[in-house]
Design a protein around this ligand. Structure first.
Ligand SMILES: *[C@@H]1O[C@H](CO)[C@@H](O)[C@H](O)[C@H]1NC(C)=O
Length: 380
């Protein structure tokens, strides 16, 4: 018992440490690996009264997976051949005579995406029904989900980082029938799932189609758009223009719409509407009218003194892109020191007497060209 006073002195110095619950940390606190890789977490004891017992568990208290091994001193948790199911939180528990502490680590296992559709399809629906198909993707990192329609590169919807991407129609039409693909992609791979949607028309209901569905016409030309419609009784065809009245110079004959001498303002979408007692069907055509340039010079006449600055602007209406070029009629070329810009400007910082005369601008696009002139008068 003569040891006791010494022990008390020692305790007064060390009991603050010796009488402590364990203090621990995990290194690393989070790890991301690919499937099949090996990863370890070390539970480090920084202080606390010895002996300290270490134990590893899943954060949800379930048993450790069978590919998880614990090292001889209980501090290192290793996953050999990591798999998707290993993903989750792991807890290191440390206990001594004074108390218990725990720390948590997160394991993420990268894996290629999986996709699932709800409903799975094939889908048989009736014309006019609302339809929606939900595509749900899983995988690490979180995949990008994209809907496509077979036979075209059309991207219907793209959602970067959401778990769900849904395609939907408030009212399907027979022409929406087809195969749709939801594709999920992340750094680990690509996966896709198809669904066939078949839209049944009502017997005898009209189905309209137009040709061409897209066209580019030069101003002043005459165009005819054909509309074909099936259905019983034979549907009545009417034409309209989206958000505008039909051009004044139009005629409709046998379902075909003819536009005479089209102008720029006639560009837009034309709609063929086939109607009978069972319903109606709309088909769209997109028309772009291209116009040759119409050029003007600003100013078209200018009086200057030698040493003044000259600036001429060539302006042009018409379909883009428009190129501008400047010249001096009857002269070999532009005077030295002339600057021209892509947008039709001509600049001379300090004019000389012989810079006077006529300047010509030619504006060109792929339909045609137009010219305009400016007169520059220089007096001493
Ligand atoms: C087509 O006709 C139907 C029935 O008459 C009508 O409800 C619909 O609005 C029409 N569509 C267009 C674009 O005019």
């Amino acid at each position: 018992m003569d040891l006791l006073p010494g022990a008390l002195i020692l305790c007064s110095l060390l009991c603050s440490v010796a009488g402590q619950a364990p203090v621990i940390s995990i290194e690393p606190r989070a790890a991301t690996v690919r499937q099949g890789e090996t990863v370890s977490f070390r539970c480090e004891v920084t202080s606390g009264a010895q002996p300290i017992q270490l134990e590893w568990r899943r954060a949800n208290n379930q048993a450790l997976p069978d590919n998880a091994k614990i090292g001889p001193d209980g501090s290192v948790l290793t996953f050999a051949n990591a798999r998707t199911g290993n993903q989750g939180q792991y807890r290191c528990l440390a206990a001594n005579s004074v108390g218990r502490k725990s720390a948590t680590a997160m394991l993420t296992v990268k894996n290629p995406p999986k996709v699932r559709l709800t409903p799975a399809g094939p889908l048989q629906v009736r014309m006019g029904d609302p339809v929606s198909v939900e595509c749900r993707g899983t995988g690490r990192p979180r995949p990008t989900l994209m809907w496509k329609r077979l036979g075209s590169t059309l991207q219907l919807v793209t959602t970067e980082t959401s778990d769900v991407n849904t395609i939907q129609w408030p009212a399907v039409r027979p022409e929406d029938s087809g195969v749709y693909i939801c594709q999920a992609e992340n750094s680990e791979g690509v996966n896709e799932v198809k669904i066939e949607i078949f839209v049944e028309g009502v017997l005898g209901a009209p189905v309209a189609s137009v040709s061409p569905t897209e066209m580019t016409v030069v101003e002043g030309h005459t165009v005819t758009i054909q509309c074909q419609a099936s259905g019983s009784p034979p549907p009545v065809i009417t034409w309209s223009k989206l958000r505008a009245p039909l051009p004044w110079k139009h005629t409709v004959a046998g379902g075909a719409l003819t536009l005479t001498s089209v102008g720029r303002q006639d560009s837009g979408q034309y709609i063929c509407n086939a109607t009978n007692i069972h319903g109606y069907s709309e088909a769209y055509t997109q028309m772009e009218v291209e116009t040759p340039p119409y050029a003007t010079c600003l100013p078209d006449q200018v009086r200057l003194h030698p040493g003044d600055a000259l600036q001429l602007q060539c302006l042009a209406h018409g379909s883009h892109p428009i190129q501008f070029s400047w010249s001096r009629p009857g002269r070999a070329g532009l005077p030295a020191g002339v600057q021209t810009t892509k947008d039709g400007k001509l600049l001379i910082a300090h004019v000389k007497l012989n810079d006077g005369g006529t300047y010509k601008c030619v504006a060109t696009n792929h339909v045609g060209s137009s010219e305009a002139t400016a007169k520059v008068i220089i007096k001493p």
